[in-house]
Design a protein around this ligand. Sequence first.
Ligand SMILES: [Zn+2]
Length: 228
Amino acid sequence: MMLKLSPLILALLYGFAVYQVSVWRTRRALDRKSTELAEPRLRAVCDKLARALELPRIKVHVYEIAPVNGLAAPDGRIFLTRGFLERYASGAVTAEEIASVVAHELGHVALGHSRRRMVDFSAQNALRTALAAVLSRIIPGFGGMIAAGLARLVAARISRVDEYEADAYASALMIKAGLGTAPQKSLLSKLDNLAGVGGATPAWLMSHPKTEARLKAIEANEAKWLKA
Ligand SMILES: [Zn+2]
């Protein structure tokens, strides 16, 4: 029994170590290449979100990279990329649309997604190792490949569920802050094009479900909340 379990435990430990290193690297990159968001109109909409949450303020950091993205670090800090702020400066996105991104990332933090990813990452490694061991016996040669594919599928599904939850949180917060869901929806519709302009931004597109499906989910939530 011990012998059968040990590859799993090793895989878990390995996954955890790799994750720790990547968290450390990300945090260092974020620290070195970020400043606090100070633009007055963006601060004003963030203050509206803060009031709705009964917080003194919401700190947002600007990450100095070109791709258009927002992210929640595992330590709970919220970042917008310089690329996103440039789209705001050029008038491609509004302050309220930027607020909807901050609200979405706040959702990831509030719902514990950024911290839970640590567990997911280790679990994914373990699952892949266990599946590979089983499948290589059934399908010699391809077992590892199939196992990796399956593990990726599971991870993608988990992250898609997170995105819908963060969207729902953002909708509720935007409504409470008096900003409404219109900016959230209009930004989603612009997102595919925005990401294209920034060049290599597959991360956003990969981790987020299709725009059409997200818009429908937001509208379904609104309909449900209006009835209640
Ligand atoms: Zn997200």
